[in-house]
Design a protein around this ligand. Sequence first.
Ligand SMILES: Nc1nc2c(c(=O)[nH]1)N[C@H]1C(S)=C(S)[C@@H](COP(=O)(O)O)O[C@H]1N2
Ligand SMILES: [Mo]
Length: 546
Amino acid sequence: MSEEAKTSRRTGVWRLGALGALSGLLAGYSALATAELTSAAVRPESSPVIAVGGAAIDRTPAAVKDWAIQHFGTNDKLVLQLGILAVLTLLALALGALAARYRRVGSAGVLVFGVVGGFAATSRPDSTSIADALPSVAGAVVGAGLLYYLVGRLRPRRTPTAAQTHDEAHEAHEAEEATEEETGWDRRGFIVAATAAAAASTGVGLLGRSLNGAQGQDAVASRNQIRLPVPASAASPVPKGAALRVKDVTPFMTPNQDFYRVDTALVVPKVDATSWRLRIHGKGVTREATLSFADLLRMPLIERNITLACVSNEVGGPYVGNARWIGVRLADLLAQCGVEPPSKGGPADQLVARSVDGMTIGSPVEDVMDGRDAMLALGMNGEPLPFAHGFPVRMVVPGLFGFVSACKWIQDIELTTFDDYDPYWVKRDWARKAPVKTQSRIDTPKPFARPKEGTVTVAGVAWAQHRGIDKVEVRVDNGPWRQADLAAEDTRDTWRQWSFPWKATSGGHTVTVRATDRTGEIQTEQRTRTIPDGASGWHSVVVTVD
Ligand SMILES: Nc1nc2c(c(=O)[nH]1)N[C@H]1C(S)=C(S)[C@@H](COP(=O)(O)O)O[C@H]1N2
Ligand SMILES: [Mo]
């Protein structure tokens, strides 16, 4: 072979690989677009990236999930989806390059990923139909077909008879030939097909997107129509002194848009309140009930300020918020259904709440019925629940971490026992029972701040829901613990702001806080991880005083 022939052969190999990879990318794009449109006919959650993402969340070990929540916070889902898209892009490029040499193998590879996506979609806890596999499979069929066609254009054109024998030859043999011919491929056919595929996929994808977007419109309309009644039992007014006038301290009430969000839903469920139903059934339920949203609105409503906290919150972390909830007292509703707490001989000790997205959350029946303001919440800070926070109805139980009490988008309550059933998080190594731990947080000064010498206001919040906060103390370096000023208590179910005037001297200092709850128990110094039942330890901030 001459030098010239070798060079042209090499460029031929590169051309084939690069155009193959490009074909793979287009095939992947058309597959996702087709899947998006198909998912509009099935349900938005069945689209492949959402399904694979959801399946990944279900299978992620607790430690990794916790790490993701710590590092990406509420962006964890975006990061996951971008990660999946990045992996899919690499796979599409690789399969395309493979298909350029081995046409059938590469195209079949696309089908394999369709099956994987379909499997992921049907394995989600909220999947009730094999139809959920359809978007992935339909997308893969279109993608594989397009890839097969496109890489076909990359082959040398021959006379019709030669083309026939060529098609019958073994793929490996074809590939060898294909690289030897670097001229005469169907350049025009490739460009036309690739351009048409890109344009058609964009159209199909956008159509699918807008149809999926339109699906929530009934839910949005039903939410807009809701007028929350005046509660039969209003929250007692927040005492004037509950909010300190200190700059940078967390506000006493958390506005809805600032309220932390933690859940496994890649697509926020959009439930139409007019067709929503809640079923109550199970052990010891003598009168089963199926309630509509209108049924709940007709019951006497209570309004309460309750601080909600997430078990994944690290010491000093942000996953805690305080809102004014309106809802139906859960204990009353359960009593109407004939439920008795275990202490009165009831056979069920666990209440399992199920959401429309297949989440299961188990709470002790005893806690829910012990007189605390456990509720089915319909309103949050004066409006119907935001979709992200559980519209139309969620549970809220003062004193328990969210993962064992605060089921959003609830649709079913089953009375059972802790022996008989492990809900979602318990299957993933979290605790069966998880009362909130007494915690305190320094909001100001921020870590590594450089305050001026003199009086520096150290301030923050402390919480021990349903026990109440009795005392907060601050320590500078290894000095003595000194009592902070506590804001007035709203209720023992809400957090309390505190502040401490620190006579700061120049140099580096560590400021530490600890709280004591109403039972007299001092917040433990012992550091634990968030898994299985919540982080413990003291929050410290290191600052340099100038
Ligand atoms: N359906 C559903 N409900 C859920 C969850 C979830 O993943 N799915 N997460 C729970 C957890 S871990 C917490 S801390 C709270 C958080 O509620 P928020 O997002 O309204 O703050 O919701 C709980 N309810
Ligand atoms: Mo949580």
